[in-house]
Design a protein around this ligand. Structure first.
Ligand SMILES: Cc1cc2nc3c(=O)[nH]c(=O)nc-3n(C[C@H](O)[C@H](O)[C@H](O)COP(=O)(O)OP(=O)(O)OC[C@H]3O[C@@H](n4cnc5c(N)ncnc54)[C@H](O)[C@@H]3O)c2cc1C
Length: 493
């Protein structure tokens, strides 16, 4: 059989987060000349960590699912060739990945779908029929995730009406208790969506990915980012840093290249925007897009930002935990009202561990400083951050006892996230993947400009795995189903 002649066109990617770099490595492997452009002085977007007092503080990678041998994220990493460059450790070795601590009860999320079912049955013995139904749905999506068939035929997964239904509505219809509702509410927070609005498909995909196995980095997020960059370069790709894209050039309805902030022009046959679609629109000539597309994006709601506190603590008094702790508060009807994520792990420095804490946080609380930039927001901002951080530290003291050797390494707000990666309003997970927005977000990839594509967390789903799957799908859209099946999926280890 004759092999299709390979196209060696230039591909320009805007944004060097995990989404942009993933698309870049795949296109390089397909023998395209790839240039990734990043506005920041260092590549990696949310993947990259930062250092305070010599200790790495994470940003967008606290833990990831499905990195076990043969599991979906691991297969994507293997294909890209990054697995051996990113040291990780398996969580849940003592049977717990996440501990959910509510005011009056605790639930442990274990590794494996079967163990999860056992824990649910033990905790909710009177809800047998509900658990049977929930587990049936979860197993079905888990199989689809495991086989990566969503990369081959995404329509099959998305266009089924069942997937439009909200997970919360489904549970209410089944007559779930408030307590079961609150336990099952936690996974949807991992993509920034409330359970009542979370499409069943996204819900199961997120939960299944972590149940298959959960992992955290034993290196810095910066090393993870550098691993992606080095694989891109090894394939012949290039990364331009510290020079963001100012505008995208469009001629006769086709993307032609980009103009950088420095004034440099980079021509390309394909432009992939691995950034929020709102940013994409701002880079385009006013009349380039169909008005309906721009209107749709302007109306879309984004996920909230995150407020995060990183503390150094005495490692002897506060030993590293192989699981995360969620301290949660629920309303009487089971709706989660507030939750703080905690991760206590090795800092890489002798005698010191790091306690990272995070909670969803809207930008409204920080509006006063909206017009300021990172590092130059003034003393009152620092005080406001510290005051909020004290609440987190008090909560943590109740969980871990007096925090011996405690030192605040850093505190960041949604404004920090906004300034770092340009996500609107400091949104952590981009466009809100809610049932109400499912149809509008499904067609976002079709920009109506030939040669212009969307990748990254806004193209399919957030999180490291959702973002990477989205970028694989974008490549499929660019090169066509047949070539994707043959040259990408056919090349999977
Ligand atoms: C605090 C936090 C914690 C998280 N924790 C986890 C977790 O534990 N596990 C998990 O799986 N997911 C987590 N996530 C989500 C995950 O980090 C993201 O879904 C993922 O990293 C998004 O990758 P991306 O490439 O789409 O976007 P980004 O990483 O945001 O990359 C976009 C890049 O584009 C660049 N850019 C923007 N405008 C321009 C321009 N004009 N020109 C050039 N470059 C530009 C930005 O600087 C940025 O580098 C977390 C997110 C946050 C915010």
């Amino acid at each position: 059989m004759m092999r299709e002649r390979r196209v060696h066109g230039d591909v320009l990617i805007i944004g060097s987060g995990v989404g942009g770099l993933t698309a870049g490595i795949i296109m390089s492997k397909l023998n395209h000349r790839v240039t990734v452009v990043e506005k920041n002085p260092l590549p990696g977007g949310l993947m990259r960590s930062y250092v305070r007092s010599g200790i790495e503080c994470p940003v967008g990678v606290h833990y990831m699912g499905s990195l076990g041998k043969g599991q979906p994220l691991r297969r994507l990493w293997d294909y890209l060739g990054v697995t051996s460059l990113i040291p990780v450790e398996r969580m849940g070795v003592n049977g717990v990945i996440d501990r959910y601590i509510f005011d009056d009860f605790t639930f442990d999320l274990p590794e494996s779908i079967d163990a999860f079912e056992d824990n649910l049955r033990r905790a909710f013995p009177l809800e047998h029929s509900q658990i049977v139904t929930i587990m049936g749905d979860l197993r079905q999506i888990s199989r689809s995730l495991f086989s990566l068939d969503m990369l081959m035929s995404p329509e099959r997964n998305f266009l089924s009406p069942d997937n439009f239904e909200s997970m919360g509505e489904r549970l209410l219809r089944m007559g779930c208790s408030a307590r079961l509702f609150s336990v099952l509410g936690v996974p949807s927070t991992l993509i920034g969506v409330d359970l009542r609005e979370c499409p069943a498909f996204y819900y199961h995909m997120t939960l299944a990915s972590y149940l298959l196995s959960s992992w955290r980095l034993t290196c810095s997020g910066s090393q993870m980012a550098d691993a992606f960059v080095s694989r891109l370069k090894l394939q012949g790709g290039d990364v331009v840093i510290g020079d963001g894209v100012e505008s995208i050039q469009v001629e006769s309805g086709r993307a032609k290249g980009v103009v950088l902030q420095s004034g440099r022009i980079l021509e390309a046959e394909v432009v992939i925007a691995a950034v929020h679609p709102g940013i994409l629109i701002a880079m385009l000539p006013a009349d380039a897009l169909r008005p309906a597309y721009a209107e749709r994006v302007a109306q879309l709601e984004n996920t909230k930002g995150l407020f995060s506190v990183n503390l150094a603590v005495d490692a002897d008094a506060h030993e590293s935990l192989s699981y995360n702790i969620y301290r949660l508060h629920a309303e009487e009807d089971g709706t989660l009202s507030h939750g703080i994520f905690h991760q206590l792990r090795d800092s890489g420095q002798s005698g010191i561990n790091v306690l990272s804490m995070m909670a969803m946080n809207g930008i409204d609380e920080w509006r006063k400083w909206e017009g300021t930039t990172s590092g130059r927001r003034g003393e009152d901002y620092v005080e406001a951050k510290e005051e909020k951080a004290r609440i987190f530290i008090d909560e943590a003291s109740k969980l871990f006892g007096h925090l011996r050797g405690m030192k605040i390494l850093d505190i960041y707000t949604p404004l920090t996230i906004r300034d770092r990666v340009k996500s609107p309003g400091g949104s952590a997970y981009g466009i809100l993947r809610s049932t109400g927005q499912l149809m509008k977000t499904a067609s976002l990839k079709r920009t109506s400009i030939a040669g212009l594509f969307l990748a990254g967390q806004n193209s399919l789903a957030p999180g490291v795995m959702g973002t990477m799957l989205g970028s694989f799908q974008t490549v499929r859209q660019i090169i066509g189903h047949e070539r994707f099946t043959r040259e990408v999926m056919g090349d999977f280890p």
